[in-house]
Design a binder for this molecule. Sequence first.
Ligand code: GLN
Length: 194
Amino acid sequence: MRIAILALQGAFMEHEQMLERLGVSFFEVRQRKDIEQAFDGLIIPGGESTVQGKLLRELDLFESLKMKIADGVPVFGTCAGLLLLAKEIKNDDRLHFAVMNITAIRNAYGRQLGSFYTESEFKGIGKIPMTFIRAPYIEAVYANTEVLATVNGKIVAARENNILVTAFHPELNRDLSVHRYFMEMIKECGTIHL
Ligand code: GLN
């Protein structure tokens, strides 16, 4: 199995460390030629969704990655990655891949609760650590989207077919279970190697 990690901006190195600990091979996506090689899954890290969205377009990565995701390549978006995948962002007109049937709210926790840590249930895993940094949450899910975790009544993790998103950053804690969950999801979706 080989994972592509979008490495334009944000917390991509932390995802790499998680995959290293899991013994899963990966490579960084920084330019067009990087995605000419085969991969079984894609990770979109946290950071700034607007910056990543702009760079994806400028570097001519946007259309090919969007097509791969629409074709069923498993993708895991954390925080800004969630925003890049959402079909609707309530407080931002700029949409990006817009492939997942969720309505997200950007910087949803306001200034005071901008960043926080908690532990909560993740469906199929149990209680896990969750670190939020100027995070979005999901206001509503549609179609095939399944809610996987909530914190204080707000949806913070969801899955729709080949797409997994978390509003929090599992890569910033020691716990590997969400990354493991994504690896299982890839196996379920079948090895694609596009
Ligand atoms: N606030 C960022 C955004 O709107 C997301 C924050 C994060 O990825 N930690 O894109």
